[in-house]
Design a protein around this ligand. Sequence first.
Ligand code: UD1
Ligand code: MG
Length: 468
Amino acid sequence: MSDNIGLVILAAGAGTRLKLDLPKPLAPMCNQRLVSFPVQAALNFLKVTGCNGHVGLVLGHGKEEVESYLDQTFSNQQYPLFKAHQVEQKGTADAVRAYLKDVSDHKKTDVIFILCADTPVISEEELQLLYLALKDNGLDAVAATFETPNPKGYGRIVKGGKGFKIVEEKDANEEQRKITEVNSGLYAIKTSYLLDRISNINDNNKSGEFYLTDIFSEDANVAPVLFEDESLFIGVNDLAQLQTAERNLRWKHMRKLRDEGVRFIDLSHTYIDPSVEIGSGTVVYPNVFAEGKTVIGKNCVIEPGSIIRNSILEDEVEIKAYSHLEESVVRKAADIGPYGRLRPGSDIGSHAKIGNFVEVKKSILEEGVKVSHLSYVGDAEIGENTNIGCGFITCNYDGAQKHKTKIGKNSFIGSDSQMIAPVELGDSCYVASGSTINQNMPGGSFAIARAKQVTKENMAKRFIKSKS
Ligand code: UD1
Ligand code: MG
């Protein structure tokens, strides 16, 4: 498409009702920040339509903090991210004026979208539908609207003449308040029309604010575009709405994953962030949290209560109940848990097994390694097919520094063994149970490092105490 598009996100409001010690655009949302969602939707819109353009943010409250977050999160974008400053919050039309004043690139645009920073569920799909409605019908401006049984707080859509107008709750009369089609706060507007209309908006209303909604009127070539799904447009003004918006975002993402072949046992009690990818054939049980840059492959099983953050799981991985994974890689057909813990930097090889109550930190375990029970593996490298017995510990920390343990392939480490790092064992080593290893072992060697057993016949009675 040949249009140049500006996508403007209004984010100057204070958001005091959220009662968070943060500027509203930085409110937490699915392990990101509220403002990331409209920014991402705007960037995706430009990408999928192939339009030229930019994203503009109108900042006010907490401007510096929001700006620094945006710079960190959206550096190296294909499209420019411009920031405008609305010094005083005098209404949504005033916010758009701040954009027009500070962002000269608006002069290049044919169409301007206006989005609110506090409606995170809207995606590029809704932007595209709105854009098509504007273009296909040759309109000057369109507003996304929805029907709600509880329209309180929203601007009402009042149809008449060839266009429509929006009447804010405070300014609406009895009849208008009964209208259930309401304004979502998302618009697509021809730039020429916006420039023409915005200069005439006044603050002659009950709030004494400059309402952007006044660009619409009954005699204009404008139309409302009704969307069926109300859940897309939830605005985040308090913590209850924040919770609902997070849920709506996750559910929208999980429904999409379900359509692509992911099976949720109970989607309504599963917490998959929109940033997480999951392959088809995978089954996800309830009370699973998957967050951040997590990628889960095909045909995996993720059992209840597992938490997976910023991790990569290849195909056919099984995460058994109540496992906790952070910044780790689990390779094809490996098996973790129940009650497995992978701390950052763990790389678990294909067909490997990490059993119950095993903690792994910053370690590479190659293909087929088994650590099946009750162990701590930290700062270690373990070669393929090595079996680690129950109750194994890498003693990696000397109180000041961390040290490495290396164990070669095809080795057998008996239960209740400790490796006092730094220590290195070659391939095909055998460590007897109960050994404390503090010397390197060459490949093929056997080590036993435990006190010799002494057995005294008939002596037990000296030690067995009777209660009577
Ligand atoms: C607005 C609409 C209303 C619509 C509702 C949908 C107006 C006049 N009304 O009302 O019709 O139903 O959204 O949620 O537009 N902002 C600024 N600077 C300002 C004022 C607001 O940047 O001076 C930003 C806010 O940070 C927010 C957005 O604009 O992201 C919307 O402002 P808000 O005060 O929430 O408007 P509503 O009263 O909800
Ligand atoms: Mg609002």
